[in-house]
Design a protein around this ligand. Structure first.
Ligand code: G3P
Length: 214
């Protein structure tokens, strides 16, 4: 499973990248706004830290405008992946960009039908939003499971990118479901390392080492 980090915070991205297990980054306008720096400057800084796919979201809502923005974004850096909303226009734009070999990530996916549509349009990634479905009392991970199965049934190449993950168990469940990618908030990535038995065991090993080291 590939690990992307779901943030536009450069310190978090640098720290995650230093672990050596980071494959890419996903951003959205809300994450970039939180950092308080201009959009393009933030994306370029991220691309200089991580040599992997960096999802950059369009803000146009019509297919023509989306494609225009996308073609501009792709000149910024070779690793830019165009994030498009899963709307009619997003699907149209996805088809045009895919036909031209431009990688895409279809975001705000909340149903298996939407995931089918974007696969047919040649999306590189589809992003089912797990946490936001949980928020409205749906089992978000069921969507990931369904989409993985549907894509397998027909051999679609679109990769399932589990998004809106809120806790470490979401990452485990996404892996069990066969999601190709999890995009993980920094706080969740940090929690994935933790186990009290690891801390206790290491503490004991170090104490015992003190007894025998000389
Ligand atoms: O990758 C999508 C993600 O940023 C949305 O997460 O927690 O705002 O639902 P959240």
């Amino acid at each position: 499973m590939k690990f992307f980090i779901d943030t536009a915070n450069l310190n978090e991205i640098r720290e995650a990248a230093s672990l050596g297990i980071l494959d890419g980054v996903t951003t959205n306008p809300s994450l970039i706004a939180k950092e308080g720096k201009p959009f393009k400057e933030t994306i370029l800084a991220i691309c200089n830290v991580v040599d992997g796919p960096v999802s950059v979201e369009v803000t146009a809502t019509d297919a023509g405008g989306m494609c225009q923005q996308a073609r501009d974004f792709t000149t910024w850096h070779k690793n830019v992946v165009i994030k498009l909303p899963t709307t009619r226009d997003g699907v149209k734009a996805c088809k045009c960009l895919s036909d031209d070999g431009i990688p895409t990530n279809l975001t705000l996916c909340f149903s298996a039908n939407q995931a089918l549509l974007v696969a047919k349009a040649g999306a590189t990634y589809v992003s089912p939003f797990v946490g936001r479905l949980d928020d409205i009392s749906h089992v978000g991970m069921d969507l990931v499971r369904d989409v993985v199965q549907i894509y397998k049934n027909y051999g679609y190449k679109t990769q399932v990118l589990a998004a809106s993950l809120r806790h470490p168990l979401h990452v485990v469940e996404a892996a069990l479901a066969g999601a190709h990618v999890s995009t993980i908030p920094f706080k969740v990535l940090d929690l994935m390392f933790r186990h009290p038995l690891t801390d206790r065991g290491l503490d004991q090993f170090l104490k015992d080492w003190e007894k025998v080291k000389s």
